[in-house]
Design a protein around this ligand. Sequence first.
Ligand SMILES: Nc1ncnc2c1ncn2[C@@H]1O[C@H](COP(=O)(O)OP(=O)(O)OP(=O)(O)O)[C@@H](O)[C@H]1O
Ligand SMILES: [Mg+2]
Length: 255
Amino acid sequence: MLEARTLSKRYASVPAVSNVNFSIQPAHVLGYLGPNGSGKSTTVKMLAGLLEPSEGCVLFQGQDIRNDLAGYKRRLGYVPEEANLYPYLSGREYLELVGGLRGLETSWLQKRIDEFLRLFSLYPSRHVAIATYSKGMRQRILITAALLHNPDVLIFDEPLSGLDVTSALIFRHLVQELKQAGKAIFYCSHVLEVVEKVCSHVLVLRKGAVIAYGSLQDVAGMQSMQTLEQTFSRLVEENDAEDVARKLAELTLTQ
Ligand SMILES: Nc1ncnc2c1ncn2[C@@H]1O[C@H](COP(=O)(O)OP(=O)(O)OP(=O)(O)O)[C@@H](O)[C@H]1O
Ligand SMILES: [Mg+2]
C-alpha cells in the first residue's frame, strides 16, 4: 500500500536519509526506530509529501505520490513530531477547520468531532483556546485531526509524546484496532515496549541508513537477544548508558 523506494535526503550536502527501502501492507504496522538524529522525522516528512526526496520516491498503491499529491493526502492521516496548532482557536474550532479543509460534511463532522472529544476526555475543554491546553491535550487534538477522515494510511511521529498513562494505553489499543481494520501504519517511536506490542514489522535506522528490517520477530530475535530493547541497543552501538550517566553525574557534582 505504501512503499519507500531508494529514498534519500540530503540537507545541503549532508546526508540525513540514505537509500531507505520498505513497504507497508494493509493491516501492517511498521515500527521505525533509530537514535536521535538518525533520520526518522526526515523520512516521515517525505512520506507525508511535505519534503522532496533528494533521490528515490514514495509510492502509494504503486503510484509515485507526486503524481497525485492531493489524492494521496485525502487517504493519509499524519501526526507530526511537533504540534503546529493555531493557539487562538479552541480545540473544537481547530478540528472543524481541519475537517472543513478535508471537505467533510458539516453536521456529520460536528457529531464526529464531539464523539472524538468525549472519548479523548477533551469535551469539557472544547471551547477553550488551544493556547491554554497542556502538552498531552494538544497531542490528543493532533491525533484526532489525523483520524477525522478515516484515512487508509497513518503516519505517526512520536505519537505518545506528552500523553499520560491512560491516554498512552488508549492510543496503543487504538493502533491495534486500526491495524486489525486494515490500515497501513507507519509508527515512529523511541518507546520500544509499545513498538513491541503494536508493530508487525520493524526497521532500525542508524545515521540515515537501514541496519535492520524485517518482521518484529526476526528483528527482535537478531543476535539471539531476548527483547527488542536489547537488540536495538546492540544494533545502534550506542554508548553504555550507565557509564555515560556516571560521568555526567561526576561532571555535575564537580565544583
Ligand atoms: N531542516 C533541516 N536542515 C538541515 N538539517 C536537518 C534538517 N532537519 C533535520 N536535519 C538533520 O538531519 C538529521 C536527521 O534528523 P531527523 O529530524 O530526521 O532525526 P530523527 O531521527 O527524527 O531524530 P529524533 O529522534 O531526535 O526526532 C539530523 O542530523 C538533523 O540535524
Ligand atoms: Mg524526529
